[in-house]
Design a protein. Structure first.
Length: 370
């Protein structure tokens, strides 16, 4: 029997299987395809993790499935709620490691910020997650398990309007450094028998892993955000070290190519505002020139502090001056509202609980094409 990608111990974990994977798995058990679809819906649409609760399955199948497979979501370690309604969960992924997932409620949507790795190896200098180190990639079950858990924790009724209407792959880790589990998890998010999200409502944020961005265009195109944070290679080499491998010229060529297939015809550039580092009027003009020939939105992010950080948040005046330059060039610009900073759930603050590995960069980047 072929072993699916998502495995819990010695049993395949159905939580991380796409519907085609589950259909193949059930066929190898001698079961018809519609049985896989039933189980898939029970898991993702109804949030069930016990086979005995799947009442439309034959009793013999309900008894057989626990012997050959499992449904194992991550376990809750801690739960916090901000004064602004933002919720953060720390989930246990074993070996002393925890990952953080954040839900941000808005009047017109509910956005879940999902992690893709235990820690991060890219070591962006302004990011708390990068500073704590890297342990391993998450499995597809651990990634989709964050959405599964959020729906469960907030009491989602499948007949009601979705509590989680949007997912952003912007939590701990670099999604494109964990390509296959991330794209499999996004397949489940998009599947009508799973969570039924539209491609326009699933956003992947990358620091710029160019070869895997090219792969994403044909594998699973979703809305795209890019962690830019600098208007030139010299500064970005420092703030976002992966730029030393994939400089802006290569990154922008890949972005333009990706937008040909993306569900949204623009890219969102994320730009964290660091006082005296990247927030001058001159740098704003430089940014205007950099993005002049690409359809984009620019999201200015007031930097969120964390212990032992070497930066300071740009002043409100500096942020507004920077925005004015961009708007005068007819660019669409937003200033991200800081949410959940009182529980360290804001952008760049996710830290989880990570047992670092000394060879973290080799481990995390070994699967990235040269």
């Amino acid at each position: 029997m072929a072993v699916p990608q998502s495995v819990q111990g010695d049993k395949p974990n159905l939580l991380g299987m796409t519907l085609p994977e589950m259909t193949r798995f059930f066929a190898e058990l001698g079961e018809k395809p519609f049985r896989a679809k039933q189980v898939f819906r029970w898991i993702h649409h109804f949030g069930v993790d016990h086979f005995e609760s799947m009442t439309d399955l034959a009793k013999s199948l309900r008894e057989k499935l626990p012997t050959v497979t499992t449904i194992t979501p991550p376990k809750l370690m801690t739960s916090q709620e901000s004064k602004d309604g933002t919720r953060k969960w720390l989930l246990d992924v074993g070996t002393g490691n925890g990952i953080e997932v954040v839900f941000i409620p808005e009047d017109d949507r509910g956005t879940l910020c999902v992690s893709s790795q235990v820690g991060c190896a890219l070591d962006c200098t302004f990011c708390s997650t990068g500073k704590q180190g890297f342990n391993r990639n998450l499995t597809s079950a651990e990634i989709i398990g964050q959405l599964w858990w959020a729906n469960k924790a907030m009491g989602r009724n499948p007949k009601d309007e979705r509590i989680v209407s949007n997912v952003v792959m912007m939590g701990m880790g670099e999604p494109l450094a964990n390509f296959d589990p991330v794209t499999n998890a996004m397949d489940i998010m998009l599947d009508d028998h799973g969570y039924g999200l539209s491609r326009r409502r699933v956003t992947l944020s990358t620091s710029g892993i160019v070869p895997n961005l090219i792969r994403l265009k044909t594998r699973c195109p979703v809305a795209l955000a890019v962690s830019l944070h600098a208007p030139n290679d010299e500064l970005r080499d420092i703030l976002v070290p992966i730029n030393q491998k994939y400089p802006l010229t290569e990154l922008f060529a890949a972005i333009k190519d990706y937008l040909e297939a993306a569900p949204r015809d623009f890219v969102t550039f994320e730009y964290v505002m660091l006082s005296g580092v990247n927030d001058s009027v001159q740098q704003a003009h430089e940014l205007v020139k950099l993005v002049a020939d690409i359809k984009c939105k620019i999201n200015l992010i007031p930097w969120n502090p964390f212990p032992q950080a070497d930066y300071q948040r740009s002043s409100n005046n500096a942020i507004h001056r920077f925005r004015e330059v961009l708007q005068n060039a007819d660019l669409i610009v937003t200033i991200r509202k800081t949410r959940g900073d009182d529980i360290d759930a804001a952008c760049g603050q996710l830290a989880g609980q990570v047992v670092d590995k000394s060879n973290r960069k080799t481990i995390a980047l070994k699967s990235i094409p040269a």
